[in-house]
Structure formats: structure tokens, C-alpha cells
Ligand binder design. Structure first.
Ligand SMILES: NC(=O)c1ccc[n+]([C@@H]2O[C@H](COP(=O)([O-])OP(=O)(O)OC[C@H]3O[C@@H](n4cnc5c(N)ncnc54)[C@H](O)[C@@H]3O)[C@@H](O)[C@H]2O)c1
Length: 328
């Protein structure tokens, strides 16, 4: 039995779908503050899924899960707040939920002798890139509380391994993109802060704002590494297998090694929608590095992970999912 925290959210739900399709039994633990019960109902159609509503900030909620489910063998931990701008305005909210919530989870794991965890970390732990593509040796100097909260958790996990033998795999995602290939689930954030859904959602009343066209990149807009959600879910399956085979505590970048500019994403969205999308050019925002691209060689070598889906595929699936969302 695998415990998935945050499994009612975007990334967690796609991993749950991948687990269920492999025939694994799954428990999702989620507060539903940001996730959706509709997603859980959809997932339940595809295998043995138990849903427990609870909050990691309450130790007894998560202890109760382990107490009444003694067959949990490993945890995949997605539950967190993840909006960078909000974390700058309200760091307390981020450190409390992300760091304290994770401490409760890790302490409950130790109490019930569950010693394997796959953790959603982020490229934001690297901060301003010193070189690109970014490999795992790149210094980690986060420039916002969100990234710092994730780095603190990574450090705590190292200490918990040394002292208690708790093995972790930290997956540092770059920009996650796309939806389930059959449009059963997809990205559903309120508010939405990610590029592709925001381009696809733009209307004449709510134009798409392109922030900064004077960066030192091929077309002046920021370059990011878009990793497909189903490829990402597969990396988590590989990480679990790695831990089940006795793998040591480790950390990996999850990206494609290819960057795409905001302008490229925008015109790919226009092509897929088959119409022009209302656009407003705006000045740069603070804290957006020009280029963020992953060196993914380590995940390829150690986890045998090869991302298969390109940006066009991610945008197509995201568009199909937007149609489902807007029809409900
Ligand atoms: N989406 C991305 O592009 C991206 C990139 C890098 C890292 N990440 C990380 O991946 C993880 C998942 O991201 P997402 O986009 O799916 O976010 P999301 O907001 O869609 O999902 C997070 C889920 O966690 C739940 N949750 C939050 N705090 C909780 C708590 N204290 N107790 C119980 N449940 C709680 C929410 O209700 C939600 O369902 C996060 O940890 C995020 O930091 C995401």
C-alpha cells in the first residue's frame, strides 16, 4: 500500500493514476484545501483507492492514517503550498505548512517504521542559475520562501537518513505541463499561476500577460524546461522501485534538457487552439531568471528514466483538459 499526500492535487493525482493502472493499492491523504474531491472520485474508478481527508499540520491526522493502515510500505509526498509570490508575502504560511507539515509526516513514518519516501522538490531550490543546464551539483540558494521551504525539507531528510535510516528520493521538478492523455484528470489550480493553462484560458476580457521581452535569450522571453506530467509520474514510479531495490537517499532533476521560450509556448498554444490568443506585453517581473533548463542525465542514468512526451503533446493534452474543465 502506497500513501500519497496531496494526491487530490495536480501532480499527485497523475501519480495516483499511474499507481492504480499498475494495480497498486493507494491511500490518498489530502486536506482538499487546494485539491478536488471530483479528482478523487475519478481516480476511484481505476483501482483500489482509499481517500482520507486530513491535514499534515495536525500530527494526529497523519498518525491516524498509519495507525489504521499497517500495510503502508512507502510514501509519496506531494502535499504543499507552491505559489512563489504568495510565499514572499506570507512566509509563515509556507514554512508552517511545508516544513512543519513534513516534519509531522516524517515523525509519523518513523513511529510506524515506514522508511521510504519520494518527495516533490523543485528547481526553485537552486535559485538564480550560476550555469545552465542545471545539474544536481549546482549550488542550492533559493531566492524565495517557497524554494527555501523545499530545501529545508531536503536537509531534514538527509539528517533523518543519517540518524534513523529513513531513505528519501527528492525529485526536483522543472516546469510541469500537460494533462492525462485521456483527459480524465488534469491541472486544476485556483488561482492558476502556470504559463500553459493561463495562455489557453486567455480571452479578450482576460488577456494573456507576457512578462518581459528583453531577456538575454533567443527571442527575448524567458526560457523554461517543460516536463510532461505523465513522464513525471513515471519518474516517481521509477523512484519508488529504486527505493524498493535498496537504493540510497538521492535527488534528481526532472526536466527534458530542452528549453522553450514563452513566445514559443504562446505560438504553440495558438496553433493547437487554431486561433489567435489575446496578448498583452508587460514589463519583467521580479525574480524571473532568463533561463531555467535541467540537466536530466542523472535521472536517466540512475532511475532509467526517459521523458517521452514533447511540449506540443503537453499543450494538446492541457487543451483537451481545459475543454473538460470549462464544460463542467
Ligand atoms: N506544478 C508544478 O509545476 C510543480 C513544480 C515543482 C514542484 N512542485 C511540487 O509538487 C507538489 C504538487 O504540486 P501541484 O502543482 O500538484 O500542487 P496542488 O496544489 O495541485 O496539489 C497539492 C495538494 O496538496 C494538498 N495539501 C497542501 N497542504 C496540505 C496539508 N497540510 N495537508 C494535506 N494536504 C495538503 C492540497 O489540498 C492539494 O491537493 C508540490 O509539493 C509542489 O511544491 C510542483
Amino acid at each position: 500500500m502506497i500513501l500519497v499526500t496531496g494526491g487530490a492535487g495536480y501532480v499527485g493525482s497523475h501519480f495516483v493514476m499511474a499507481l492504480l493502472e499498475k494495480g497498486e493499492d493507494v491511500i490518498v491523504f489530502d486536506s482538499l484545501e487546494l485539491g478536488h474531491m471530483e479528482t478523487i472520485e475519478t481516480l476511484k474508478q481505476y483501482g483500489n483507492l482509499k481517500f482520507i481527508k486530513g491535514n499534515l499540520k495536525h500530527l494526529d491526522d497523519i498518525r491516524g492514517v498509519f495507525m489504521s493502515n499497517k500495510d503502508i510500505t512507502a510514501v509519496a509526498h506531494f502535499a504543499a503550498y507552491s505559489q512563489v509570490a504568495e510565499s514572499v508575502k506570507n512566509p509563515q504560511k509556507y514554512y508552517y505548512n511545508n516544513v512543519y507539515g513534513t516534519l509531522n509526516l516524517l515523525n509519523a513514518m518513523l513511529e510506524f517504521n515506514v522508511k521510504k519516501i519520494v518527495f516533490s522538490s523543485t528547481a526553485a531550490t537552486y535559485g538564480e542559475p550560476v550555469y545552465t543546464p542545471i545539474d544536481e551539483k549546482h549550488p542550492q540558494n533559493p531566492i524565495n520562501p517557497y524554494g527555501m521551504s523545499k530545501l529545508m525539507i531536503e536537509k531534514i531528510m538527509d539528517d533523518y537518513d543519517k540518524a534513523y535510516g529513513l531513505k528519501s528520493v527528492r525529485l526536483r521538478y522543472f516546469n510541469v505541463a500537460g494533462a492525462d492523455s485521456s483527459s480524465r484528470i488534469g491541472e486544476w489550480h485556483e488561482p492558476e499561476t502556470h504559463l500553459i493553462p493561463n495562455v489557453l484560458k486567455a480571452t479578450s476580457e482576460k488577456t494573456f500577460k507576457m512578462f518581459g521581452t528583453d531577456y538575454d535569450t533567443q527571442d527575448g522571453t524567458c526560457v523554461r524546461d517543460y516536463i510532461n506530467i505523465e513522464d513525471l509520474a513515471q519518474a516517481h514510479l521509477n523512484a519508488l522501485e529504486y527505493l524498493n531495490n535498496g537504493g540510497k537517499t538521492n535527488y534528481f532533476n526532472l526536466g527534458t534538457k530542452d528549453g522553450n521560450s514563452v513566445k514559443e509556448v504562446f505560438s504553440a498554444c495558438e496553433n493547437i487552439k487554431g486561433c489567435s490568443i489575446p496578448l498583452e506585453i508587460c514589463p519583467r517581473r521580479d525574480g524571473d531568471p532568463a533561463t531555467l533548463v535541467a540537466d536530466n542525465s542523472k535521472a536517466k542514468d540512475v532511475l532509467n528514466w526517459i521523458p517521452k512526451n514533447d511540449l506540443t503533446y503537453s499543450i494538446k493534452t492541457a487543451y483537451e483538459w481545459e475543454k473538460v474543465l470549462s464544460s463542467n
